[in-house]
Design a protein around this ligand. Structure first.
Ligand SMILES: CC(C)(COP(=O)(O)OP(=O)(O)OC[C@H]1O[C@@H](n2cnc3c(N)ncnc32)[C@H](O)[C@@H]1OP(=O)(O)O)[C@@H](O)C(=O)NCCC(=O)NCCS
Length: 191
């Protein structure tokens, strides 16, 4: 039987914010879309947005609780995920597939799932990170998790549709056929 690599998954908290992969640490695409677009025009260095990102984490943790995870392999961060109520991620509204579920309905949105170390892909890291989030949200009593997946691509925003289908998600809306809204009901998962 193939051996599973040993990874350690930790909640994001103030003390490990610096372990967020560089590409995501200063990315405010979901959280502050106007600043993100303006930053692109003005060629603002992404590290200028790190403070905003850290503030976002601090406020979301206060309002909602754990909203991100980092996977470590041999002590080094290799993957990252972020999830929150849709109201904390205003970029969601600009996507064609809709509507994203609301927190009042028990729905949480997965905005980023990213195995940042590409040499670590296809070894089960993404799946274990996703399952860790699912377990976290189920334990906290939420009803469903949603994300936008790529139908034909493999990258942004959260990875390919087949990855989510393999992990039990169903198609909720495909108004934008390339970036469908996927949903997983957490209640159907037996603890
Ligand atoms: C999508 C992603 C999270 C998957 O993580 P991973 O560790 O590489 O995938 P896993 O090994 O856990 O895959 C589990 C299963 O999902 C499916 N899967 C994973 N990646 C896939 C791909 N690129 N295409 C099709 N199916 C895929 C497969 O069924 C796979 O099982 P298999 O390898 O036995 O066939 C990872 O590839 C990634 O980070 N991609 C980039 C995503 C991105 O750009 N995020 C936004 C950053 S801003």
């Amino acid at each position: 039987m193939e051996e599973r690599i040993e990874i350690n998954i930790e909640d994001i908290r103030e003390s490990n914010l610096a372990d967020i992969p560089e590409a995501c640490r200063g990315c405010v695409y979901w959280e502050y879309p106007e600043a993100f677009e303006q930053g692109k025009k003005d060629a603002v260095k992404t590290n200028a947005f790190e403070v905003k990102k850290n503030e976002w984490f601090a406020q979301t943790m206060k309002e909602f609780g754990t909203c991100g995870k980092i996977a470590y392999y041999e002590g080094a961060p290799v993957a990252y995920a972020q999830y929150a109520p849709s109201t904390r991620l205003p970029k969601i509204g600009s996507y064609g597939s809709k509507p994203a579920g609301k927190l009042e309905e028990g729905v949480v949105f997965l905005s980023c799932l990213y195995v940042s170390d590409e040499t670590m892909r296809r070894q089960g890291v993404g799946e274990r990170l996703l399952q860790n989030i699912i377990e976290d949200l189920r334990r906290r009593g939420f009803k469903a998790i949603e994300t936008f997946a790529c139908r034909s691509g493999t990258d942004n925003p959260s990875g390919p549709m087949m990855f989510y289908v393999k992990n039990g998600f169903h198609l909720k809306d495909k108004s934008d056929p390339e970036l469908p809204l996927m949903r997983l009901y957490l209640e159907s998962i037996v603890p």
